[in-house]
Design a protein. Structure first.
Length: 413
């Protein structure tokens, strides 16, 4: 088989990442054990770390890495802004997709694809989501890693939207390369069937020879073709998280329904806005998702909390957000409620009211909805009085208070 070569091509894996359990998150009461993991980490040393536990055990991996666009993407953090006036948006750091050259990008992508292959179960499937910038190179790499006979599909996701292109056809599709690890792979055709177009019904009603002697089961529906139309998230107001290049929920749900079963483990090591984790939670799959961007992990946490999903939040030991002290005078207690008043807009805050000094168990959370300026500023207290309170501002600053429940002023502000 032909292989892709470039100067410096090699497989040198870094030492395994060391992980720290940041919190166990569940809404209300004691956080139960959960198989779901959200990890803030560089996915290369992270996947090296995960080999000991997960090699050959992940049922489905969806990968949405940087596309080699040579751009930096910002996250939207504003409230009630006009989507048609981007110059007025409030922005925060999202992620960078900038490279010295193609060689540097391939040095980044190649070892990660190899580790994904090793983590996949024998019946597992990889969906690699790219676009015209680098998908051709990635396909040659995947042929090398999986074997060309393990190529299953090249899916074209088509969508509409404005374009500044004037001297070429508008580029309005992404490419999703699908590879399986073995001959006995998961594919649930019935789970993704869709109705035939009304014109097809009319055609077969008018002539029994319309299908050249074959008559489909029109009531059963059809397995989708390898081109999919889903609107981009910019057109889906209820899904938008503000994180750049967010993928639509329906796209991930089709992938998970087709190539995994209830209870299977789904991984996404470039989780971005967390769509894979949300789809997995809705469909009864376990998830293991990670990203190197703090903003991505924060957005994913918020979306999972809206789903009512229990999960653990972990981070690579070398990753840490600067945490500022949250002064006791910003807190007050009345009638079994903890109130927060801070000199900033609150994006998210959470309370462990049985704080043991070791593992933060996020028992109560308040988070900003899509239409709120900030999160609700009261939470219940149901524990033994030993508090740990964590808060995140709209611009991303992190704050923490630890102490007794009688430390904050027991009167309203």
């Amino acid at each position: 088989m032909p292989a892709l070569h470039w100067p410096g091509k090699q497989l040198n894996f870094p030492p395994a990442a060391s992980l720290h359990l940041e919190s166990v998150i569940a809404q209300g009461g004691e956080a139960p054990p959960t198989p779901n993991r959200l990890i803030w980490a560089d996915n290369l040393p992270l996947m090296v770390h995960l080999l000991a536990e997960y090699e050959g055990k992940i049922d489905l991996i969806y990968a949405d890495p940087p596309f080699f666009t040579d751009r930096t993407y910002a996250a939207r953090i504003g409230h009630g802004e006009d989507s048609r006036r981007p110059q007025t948006w409030k922005l925060a750091e999202g992620y960078a997709d900038e490279w010295k050259d193609l060689d540097e990008y391939l040095d980044f992508l190649y070892p990660r694809l190899v580790l994904m292959y090793r983590l996949l179960a024998p019946h597992g499937t990889l969906y690699l989501h790219l676009d015209w910038h680098a998908n051709a190179y990635a396909r040659v790499l995947l042929d090398e890693i999986f074997g060309s006979e393990r190529f299953l599909n090249e899916i074209i996701w088509v969508y509409h939207g404005p374009s500044a292109i004037r001297r070429a056809f508008k580029r309005k599709h992404d490419t999703i390369l699908v590879y399986v690890k073995g001959e006995k792979y998961t594919f649930n055709a019935d789970a993704v069937r869709q109705p035939y177009h009304p014109s097809t019904y009319k055609t077969f009603a008018s002539s029994p020879k319309a299908g050249f002697g074959k008559v489909p089961d029109l009531k059963r529906g059809k397995v989708p073709e390898d081109w999919w139309y889903f609107p981009v998230v910019a057109r889906l107001h209820r899904e938008r998280s503000g994180y750049p290049t967010q993928k639509p929920q329906a796209l991930l749900e089709r992938i998970l329904l087709a190539s995994s079963n209830a209870g299977d483990l789904v991984a996404d090591f470039f989780c971005g806005s967390g769509t894979t984790a949300v789809a997995a939670a809705r469909l009864g799959r376990r998830f293991l998702v990670a990203d190197a961007s703090w903003r991505a992990v924060h957005v994913t946490r918020m979306r999972l909390l809206r789903e009512g999903t229990a999960f653990t939040l972990e981070r690579q030991d070398s990753f840490s957000a600067p945490v500022r002290p949250l002064p006791a005078e910003w807190l007050s207690i009345t009638d079994g409620q903890l109130h927060l008043r801070a000199p900033f807009l609150v994006d998210f805050w959470e309370v462990d009211d049985q704080w043991d000094g070791e593992i933060f168990r996020s028992r109560h959370q308040a988070l900003r909805s899509r239409i709120q300026e900030q999160a609700p500023l009261s939470l219940p207290l149901t524990g033994n009085g030993s508090l740990c309170v964590r808060a995140v501002s709209r611009t991303g600053e992190c704050y923490e208070f630890t102490g007794r429940a009688d430390s904050p002023r027991p009167v309203p502000f």
